[in-house]
Design a protein around this ligand. Structure first.
Ligand SMILES: Nc1ncnc2c1ncn2[C@@H]1O[C@H](COP(=O)(O)OP(=O)(O)O)[C@@H](O)[C@H]1O
Ligand SMILES: [Mg+2]
Length: 416
C-alpha cells in the first residue's frame, strides 16, 4: 500500500513498481546539474506527498510547479522569496526571543549559531569568529530587550555594530545593567578594549549579518507574518525561494529559518506523533556548516522529520562537514545517485563491491566506474540503502510521469 507519507525514488525496471521510502529517516541525493534532482526527486514527490514539507527552492522553479496542487490538496502554502516582496511572507527572528532575560539569552545563543555562516566545522571555533559571535549575542540581546533604535529586528542588530562614540557608551551602560552575567562581562570587555580591536571584531560580526539589511531582506525582516509553530499541524508547505546568485549571500537568513523551524519541532513533543515533515534541501552545502543539519539527522526518527539533502558532489559535503564523509553518509538511511562520473563513479564502484565471476572463486566489480558513467546508467537512479542494499531504478521525471498529467502544470502560453 502506498501511504500519504511515502516518498518515491524511482521505479523498478521490469515490474515498474515504485521504490518507496516510508520511514522517518534522512535521505541524500548526489547528482550533477540537469540529472533530475528537481524533477525526479523534489517536484515529483511534492506532487504526491500528502504531508507537511519544507522546500529550499534555489532556481526557483519548484514552487511554480507544485504550489497550486499542494495548496488545493494538502495544506496551506507559505512562500518566502526576497525577490518577490509583494508575494512573500515576512520573517523576523527577533520575534521569537523570549521576554525573560535567561530564556532570551539561551535562545540567542542558538540563534547566533544559525546567523553566522561558518565555512566548515573547524572554523566554528576561530578566535575572531568566536569573539564576533559573543558580541553578536550582546547585540541581539540589547536590541531585543531595549530596542535602542526603534526597530526590534536584524537591521538594528546590523546598525548596532557601527556605533557613534556616544552610542557605544550607551551600549556599555545598558549591558552593565543587564540581568544576565555574560552581558555584564561583555560590557566590561567592551569598555576596556582598544578601539582598533573593537572595530575589527565588530567588522567581523557585521560582515556575517549584513545581508539582513540589504534592500528586500530589510523589508521582509520587520516582523513575522506566518506561524512557524503550525507547519506540521496544518500540513503546510513552506517554500523558501532564492536565486542561485542569492543563495550564498542570503545563507544567514536561510539557515535561521530552517534552524528556528527545527528548534520548534524539537521542543513540540506533542506533535511528534503527527505525520513527518520532509525537508527538501537543494544545494545544502552552500549554506555552510550547519550544526542543525547534523542534529536533524540524529533526532529525525524521534521527532518525526526527514531530511532530504541534495548536492552535486560528495566533495562539496566533505569540505564542510569534515574530511571523511563516512560519518555523514552513514547518518542517512538511503543515498541515491544519478549518472555518476569521475571520482564519484570510482568511489561508488568500490562501494558496490565485487560479485563472483566464473569458476575458481574469481570476482569482478558489480559495476566498473566506466559502466557507472556510461549508457547503462543513463536515466537510472542508483540506490544504496543502509550502506549494503543496492537497487537500480528507472528515473521518473515529474513532467513525464503519466500519474501526474493532471497535477504537473503545463507551461504557460506566452501572451501575445
Ligand atoms: N518541463 C520540462 N519538460 C522537459 N524537460 C524538462 C522540463 N523541466 C526540466 N527538464 C529537463 O529535465 C532534466 C532534469 O532537470 P532538473 O531536475 O532540473 O535537474 P537538476 O535539478 O538535477 O539540476 C534537465 O535536462 C532539464 O532540462
Ligand atoms: Mg535542480
Amino acid at each position: 500500500m502506498i501511504t500519504d507519507t511515502a516518498l518515491r525514488l524511482g521505479r523498478f525496471p521490469g515490474s515498474g513498481e515504485e521504490y518507496l521510502f516510508d520511514v522517518n529517516e534522512s535521505l541524500m541525493t548526489i547528482a550533477r546539474p540537469g540529472r533530475g534532482k528537481s524533477q525526479a526527486m523534489v517536484i515529483r514527490n511534492l506532487l504526491y506527498l500528502k504531508g507537511p514539507a519544507f522546500v529550499l527552492d534555489v532556481k526557483p522553479e519548484i514552487h511554480q510547479a507544485t504550489a497550486a496542487w499542494r495548496d488545493a490538496e494538502v495544506g496551506p502554502v507559505i512562500y518566502y522569496n526576497p525577490a518577490d516582496i509583494a508575494g512573500s511572507v515576512c520573517f523576523n527572528p527577533l520575534d521569537f526571543v523570549p521576554d525573560d532575560p535567561a530564556g532570551a539569552f539561551r535562545f540567542i545563543l542558538n540563534l547566533v549559531a544559525l546567523l553566522v555562516v561558518t565555512p566548515n566545522a573547524v572554523k566554528f571555533n576561530d578566535f575572531w569568529e568566536s569573539r564576533a559571535a559573543q558580541f553578536l549575542t550582546a547585540a541581539i540581546y540589547d536590541v531585543a530587550m531595549h530596542d535602542p533604535f526603534g526597530r526590534r529586528d536584524m537591521t538594528s542588530v546590523v546598525r548596532w555594530f557601527s556605533p557613534s562614540d556616544e552610542e557605544a557608551e550607551d551600549i556599555i551602560e545598558r549591558l552593565a545593567d543587564a540581568d544576565v552575567q555574560v552581558m555584564r562581562n561583555l560590557s566590561n570587555t567592551m569598555r576596556n578594549m582598544q578601539p582598533k580591536m573593537r572595530e575589527n571584531i565588530f567588522e567581523t560580526a557585521r560582515r556575517h549579518i549584513e545581508p539582513w539589511s540589504y534592500p528586500g531582506l530589510e523589508q521582509l525582516g520587520f516582523r513575522t507574518t506566518f506561524d512557524l509553530t503550525n507547519l506540521r499541524r496544518d500540513n503546510a508547505t513552506f517554500y523558501l525561494c532564492v536565486t542561485p546568485e542569492d543563495l550564498v549571500s542570503y545563507a544567514t537568513v536561510i539557515r535561521t529559518i530552517i534552524g528556528l523551524i527545527y528548534l520548534h519541532m524539537r521542543t513540540a513533543q506533542d506533535d511528534w506523533v503527527l505525520p513527518p515533515v520532509t525537508f527538501f534541501l537543494d544545494e545544502f552545502p552552500q549554506l555552510g556548516y550547519l550544526r542543525e543539519i547534523e542534529k536533524m539527522m540524529e533526532t529525525g526518527r524521534q521527532a518525526g522529520l526527514r531530511l532530504w539533502l541534495f548536492a552535486q558532489t560528495m566533495g562539496q559535503i566533505r569540505k564542510i562537514y569534515g574530511g571523511d564523509d563516512e560519518g555523514f553518509s552513514e547518518m542517512v538511511a538511503v543515498r541515491s545517485y544519478m549518472e555518476p562520473t569521475g571520482r564519484l563513479a570510482e568511489e561508488l564502484s568500490r562501494e558496490l563491491g565485487k560479485i563472483p565471476a566464473g569458476f575458481y572463486g574469481k570476482e569482478r566489480p558489480r559495476a566498473t566506474p566506466q559502466q557507472l558513467a556510461g549508457p547503462e546508467f543513463v536515466d537510472k537512479v542508483l540506490i544504496i540503502q543502509g550502506g549494503k542494499k543496492f537497487a537500480l531504478l528507472n528515473r521518473v521525471m515529474a513532467f513525464s510521469d503519466p500519474g501526474l498529467t493532471d497535477r504537473y502544470p503545463s507551461p504557460k502560453l506566452a501572451s501575445p
